[in-house]
Design a protein around this ligand. Sequence first.
Ligand code: AR6
Length: 173
Amino acid sequence: MTVLTLIRGSITDQRVDAIVNAANSSLLGGGGVDGAIHRAGGPEILAECRALRAARYGRGLRTGQAVATTAGRLDARWVIHTVGPVWSATEDRSGLLASCYRESLRVAAELGATSVAFPAISTGIYRWPMDDGARIAVRTARESVTAPVEDVRFVLFDEHAYGLFEAALAAED
Ligand code: AR6
């Protein structure tokens, strides 16, 4: 049975099979979680991202899709890069945000990962409201997780995010 858990802290401190990165379509790094992952994981991750761009992803990774690389020096086997949607007040992009969680879990299962750590995708630089982002994260992970993944962790940077994920989890039960 899959367990969804919440952790307060930095995703770069997690010991799991796969760490999910809230990347952008260039796959070449950025701020927030992306910057932290590349800093902590070292240049091997960026080298693989560049190779992906040179091969299958010449035009970048599309929003809602996911792709894996090495985790470099992180205490994980893989980083799964996914591109969240930028929040829009006029267009409903929640299907794309759900797709990030679903596709990341699909890639994780394909790799044989049993444990996966997620950040709250799109809720930082991409401005998605945290309460809605939390609901989409929890609901989609519960619906789309498959074996061998059995441990899904949401790693929240601050108390506010943690509280909203807690509420989203409680509302699902
Ligand atoms: N561990 C866990 N959560 C974190 C960490 C961390 N080390 N650092 C930030 N957060 P963001 P996005 C939280 O901006 O909104 C990058 O430049 C943060 O508080 O990392 O999907 C990419 O290259 C927020 O709640 O990702 C893209 O261009 C959440 O993680 C763009 O930002 C996500 O914030 C993606 O923006």
